[in-house]
Ligand binder design. Sequence first.
Ligand code: SF4
Ligand code: SF4
Length: 301
Amino acid sequence: MQEANLNRPFILALALNELSMSPLRTKSLSNQVYRCVCDYIESSNDKGVLVLTGGEPFLDLRFGEIISLARSRGWLTSVDTPCMFQERPLLDDVQQIRLRLFSLNPELHNQIAGEEGSFQKTMAFGEWLASNYPGEKILIFPVCRENFGETVAVLDWCRRFSFTPNIFIVPRQHEYALDVQAYHRVLKELCRLPLTDIIIDVPLLGLMGWPNLCPGGRLAMFIGVEGEVKPCPHFPYPLCWLEEDIPGAWKTMQEKIAVMNEACRLCEHFSICGGGCPANKTASGKDYYCPYCFSGRMSEK
Ligand code: SF4
Ligand code: SF4
């Protein structure tokens, strides 16, 4: 895999808000960062993909404005929702919807989502989308310690309701992260799945001949509510802050990722795994789950 050399992110992921549960609190994206992103989209000659993710994008009053701005400039639009809205949202100008399902067992889904009633709302919205929404429907299935036996059942659900499954493995710092042995069992199971009509962004699968579909830091940049810049929302800390403009933040983030990948660049597998999942990097710069990183892995944080 080549190091990315785009001078701007092709996928711009943005959190309009951040939610914390019980009691429910919302923290909104700062207006300064919001304006900076809007100005960028407005003045950009290149088309990209705007992904609204993190929190509940549909709860933010600026949702309609930024989505229609992106469409008017020819960008594709995608919304990642945990279905925490009260009234069914308007989906004009939204070309892709992404729902997150942790389990087909309602109690387990609610437990991992951290919200009572989340399963019912997700299923109800998913079934409504199946009959009424003409755009692309993605079901994100974050594989973790509690749900890794459910992949086949989740794929069946996707077929029934015409959703494209997007499988990824939750990063190592997630409360429900897999241990190393379970992670490799899951990789083997994922390899048995058909390669068509399914999105799997698990970089280490590159070692088994799968394409690395992780866009984090290669094609995509995530901006959080305080302007924190990361390769993807799951990355544990900001690599920089949106201070001046998006191309500048992208350049800084890429430089930081190149430093993080220094150890991996010497590895013969770098061209296929790209240094693994940035969110799983240890202090030595290797992927925590990488089979070529055995020495000292358990003590590496
Ligand atoms: S050390 Fe592991 S994570 Fe790094 S490039 Fe090699 S295989 Fe990939
Ligand atoms: S960086 Fe890791 S967690 Fe983020 S999209 Fe890529 S594979 Fe997934």
